[in-house]
Design a protein around this ligand. Structure first.
Ligand SMILES: [Zn+2]
Length: 307
């Protein structure tokens, strides 16, 4: 991992230099972007595309949302580009997931010269499970019950930074939360179709503990959010568990290297199913959070039911 970290630092330095060059040109007009960035719209920056979709659902036409992490890429290995620093420089608010999902945030805000920027952390105050960069797992959005809490906070944040749009934010949030409740009920029906002794999810990275707890699945992962690969001993343990439980399939995820899960599938003699979406939406089977969850649940139920 040392080489990877070195590369990250180097990218940072390049991004900073390029952004400073860009800022220099923009300086005479002042910080015009802070009032919107895209015309009169409220400029909101977030980290990952599932959160960007939630913000769009609540914000409607009043907000312009930028997700820093491109669709189909690994957010845990993200280094900001000059355009990201400029997006933050012009933002009205940064809506973060928290719990180590945005390890770059402090530095990014510093680089953008916006120490005044309002930062709202969606996971603040919600009950976290173990794991992740700060000792707690960041992937709360993969359980719709948590997504609902996120949406409530997005609604309140937008109403605060743009009071004139408050009624619209409330209406859209209410309608969207209704859809998230329907999604939750639908997931329960779907998961019920998996034979109880097959309800174990084996995936590459540690994105699914909230989902699995919510819907009564056991959960095994190979790699934590900070990219620590399992030791030979840990791998052997995982392999034994996969064999003993007669897990029918193991899952790779969009934006993550499938090699380790493919090896596990081969070693255990089980099916490898690729393309699960967790940290990313857009372009690969789903463009919205709700479509992402439906896509995933169909993939999971199909593979674990042996259909
Ligand atoms: Zn993740």
């Amino acid at each position: 991992m040392g080489a990877r970290r070195g590369w990250k630092v180097w990218c940072w330095a390049l991004a900073l230099i390029a952004a400073l060059a860009g800022c220099g040109r923009a300086a005479p007009t002042g910080n015009a972007g802070a009032e919107g960035g895209s015309g009169d719209k409220v400029a909101v920056v977030t980290s990952i595309t599932p959160l960007a979709d939630m913000i769009r659902q609540v914000g409607g036409d009043r907000v312009a949302v930028t997700a820093l992490v491109a669709p189909g890429t690994d957010p845990h290995d993200f280094a900001p580009k000059p355009s990201d620093i400029r997006a933050v420089a012009g933002a009205k608010v940064f809506i973060a997931n928290g719990l180590g999902e945005e390890t770059y945030l402090e530095k990014l805000i510093q680089s953008s010269g916006r120490s005044d920027l309002k930062v709202v952390v969606l996971s603040d105050g919600l009950q976290a499970l173990g794991g992740g960069e700060e000792g707690q797992n960041p992937h709360m959005w993969l359980a719709p019950s948590y997504a609902i809490r996120y949406v409530e906070k997005i609604r309140d944040t937008l109403a605060q930074v743009d009071p004139a749009g408050a009624t619209g934010y409330q209406e859209r949030a209410k309608a969207y939360i209704d859809r998230l409740r329907e999604l939750d009920a639908w997931i329960r029906e779907q998961i019920a179709q998996i034979p109880p002794d097959r309800r174990t999810m084996v995936v590459f990275h540690d994105a699914w503990p909230y989902f699995c707890r919510e819907y009564g699945l056991d959960y095994i992962y190979l790699v934590s959010s900070e990219q620590a690969e399992p030791s030979a001993q840990e791998y052997a343990k995982i392999l034994t568990a996969v064999k003993e439980r007669r897990v029918p399939a193991v899952f790779g995820e969009e934006g993550f290297n499938p090699k380790l899960v493919q090896r596990l599938a081969a070693d255990a003699g089980v099916r490898f199913v690729d393309g699960l979406l967790d940290d990313t939406v857009g372009g690969a089977g789903a463009d919205t959070y709700i479509d992402m969850m439906k896509f995933d649940v169909q993939l999971i139920v199909g593979a674990l039911s042996g259909r």
